[in-house]
Design a protein around this ligand. Sequence first.
Ligand code: 5GP
Ligand code: MG
Length: 187
Amino acid sequence: MSLDSHIERVLWTPDQIATRVFDLAAQISTDLSHFSEPPALVGVATGAFLFLADLARQITLPVTVDFIRAESYGSGTLSSGSPTISFDLKLDVTGRHVVLVEDIVDTGTTMAHLIAHMESKGASSVSVCTFLDKPSRRKVDFQLLSKGKFYRGFECPDYFVVGYGMDFAERYRNLPYIGVLKPELYK
Ligand code: 5GP
Ligand code: MG
């Protein structure tokens, strides 16, 4: 059975994703152009790997790229609560402008934790660039650090989505679009 046959509904196609990423990268390139130090793009592994790769290639400024891993999910579709950092940055972000690049912000718990972590490492400001945002599910209203900005690709309806980096039980990350699985597969 092909991967596509697991999907009930496509929410964003590869073309729609590419157009939105292009616009986000243009906005970020403009907003960050006045920093003397190259901004630090920090991808939240694993979900942000495709978004970060696409976004970074469209940003026209010098940037550094690094990854961080925060675990908050088991293998199901519900968050387990407080996240832990299981893989930390390699680069020093002291005095740097950090852009946290995320696949999706849901309750906001992970983002609040990551922003606090970047602050504790001495980042001079922290922005968030998430491809999807589910504001209807927010539990934690995270504050951006200093003059940080919030960028988002699309507002996501309250579905558990997969593709473009996002998984269900570690599968479907390689789908080039974002969709919803057939209900019988969410087990
Ligand atoms: P939060 O801490 O904001 O509740 O959740 C953040 C993380 O939960 C996201 O980075 C993502 O890994 C996961 N997540 C939240 N909603 C979804 C979803 O609809 N699909 C998938 N695949 N992961 C999600
Ligand atoms: Mg994530």
